[in-house]
Design a protein around this ligand. Structure first.
Ligand code: TYM
Length: 343
């Protein structure tokens, strides 16, 4: 962000996750863990992006979607987001997101949207069969952030391109409507460790909710035995662990497990490599499983407790939506005025 941006816009964090299937270790290390950290530094808003969820796999499954919205909210709280200070809400409750997304659909150019690699990945070979919503998804994401004039967005690396698009949209709107600095240019906040957690079965693929193999990911709701088994069975190569960062080159599975260890233990990667240099994977995996179980099972336990009675979560989400609406409403009102809408 330029100096003028930092001065003109108050620091505000916004981020979100899609309620589709269960959250996994990649979501936790790439995003959620950092959300909890950053909440001590700046005010934050954390959203369950349920409208994004119906662009693809969440479509046509109402009960599953509702369950998933609650589960994601429970994960935020269980991981340590302080919802009394930093509102948690579900996107569809605040209509300003959809209103601004429409305007942004008209700001963004086809060429910009065409470049989005996530769309290409998700659409695969059947572009003509995916929803139009999947294509316009990044414009809704830009609206999520900018309807609050948020300045910082903690995400995993896979969202970086979407964030660049959000900046381009903000800039073009400001220029086209002669409103310099109306929208801030939001910054991605991407931390080094854990920013790209890979599949446990294939070090070249990112850990993902949509991978067919459950063994490829550690779900936030997995129990201790499941976590240990998935780590034990994680793909590795036959060599012992290297003694330097350079030794990880060309060994994506080893690198992934070391990264996970470093991120879970909040230690530099070099430190972890130093400790396990020359050791066998079996030994390292036992230590990693213990660490993962110690860090993740309390979150799963707290999620279970929260989900046992959904009235509390529903109340938290409704309250959060009311609080963030008060921020979004003046922004959308002013945006519409700038566009020239009457009313
Ligand atoms: P979603 O729901 O796919 O993922 C939620 C967050 O988890 C991160 N993540 C990962 N990080 C590291 N390694 C992985 N394997 C991994 N998989 C997922 C993602 O980077 C993300 O931070 N478009 C967003 C949701 C969204 C959003 C927003 C985010 C909608 N509006 C506004 C920020 C601001 C998405 O699909 O995330």
């Amino acid at each position: 962000m330029s100096m003028s941006d930092a001065v003109k816009h108050k620091k505000l964090v916004f981020s979100g996750m899609q309620p589709t299937n269960t959250l996994h270790l990649g979501n936790y290390l790439g995003a959620l863990k950092n959300w909890v950290k950053i909440q001590d530094e700046m005010p934050c808003i954390y959203c369950v992006v349920d409208m994004h969820a119906i662009t693809a796999v969440g479509y046509g499954k109402p009960e599953e979607l509702t369950r998933s919205i609650r589960e994601v909210a429970a994960a935020y709280i269980a991981a340590g987001v302080d919802y009394t200070k930093h509102p948690i809400f579900n996107q569809s409750r605040v209509p300003a997101h959809a209103e601004l997304a429409w305007i942004f659909n008209c700001v963004a150019r086809m060429g910009w949207a065409d470049r989005m690699t996530q769309f290409k990945d998700k659409a695969g070979k059947h572009k003509e069969r995916v929803s139009v919503g999947l294509y316009t998804y990044p414009m809704l994401m830009a609206a999520d952030i900018l309807v609050y004039k948020a300045t910082h967005v903690p995400v995993g690396e896979d969202q970086k391109q979407h964030l660049e698009l959000a900046r381009d949209i903000a800039q073009k709107f400001n220029t086209d409507y002669n409103a310099p600095d109306f929208f801030p240019l939001p910054e991605p906040v991407i931390v080094e460790a854990g920013t790209r957690v890979m599949s446990l079965r294939d070090g070249a693929k990112k850990m993902s909710k949509s991978d067919e193999s459950d063994m490829s990911r550690i779900n936030l709701t997995d129990g201790a035995d499941t976590i240990a088994q998935k780590i034990r069975k994680a793909k590795t190569d036959p060599n012992p662990l290297p003694d330097s960062e350079k030794g990880l080159e060309g060994r994506p599975e080893a690198e992934n497990l070391i990264n996970i260890f470093a991120a879970l233990s909040d230690r530099p990667r070099s430190d972890v490599i130093g400790e396990y240099a020359g050791k066998q994977f079996s030994e390292f995996k036992t230590a990693l499983a213990d660490l993962a179980v110690a860090k993740l099972t309390p979150i799963a336990g707290e999620m279970r407790r929260l989900l046992a009675d959904s009235t509390e979560i529903d109340r938290i989400l409704k309250d959060g939506a009311e609080r963030v609406s008060a921020i979004a409403e003046p922004v959308i009102r002013e945006t519409k005025k700038l566009v020239g809408f009457l009313g």
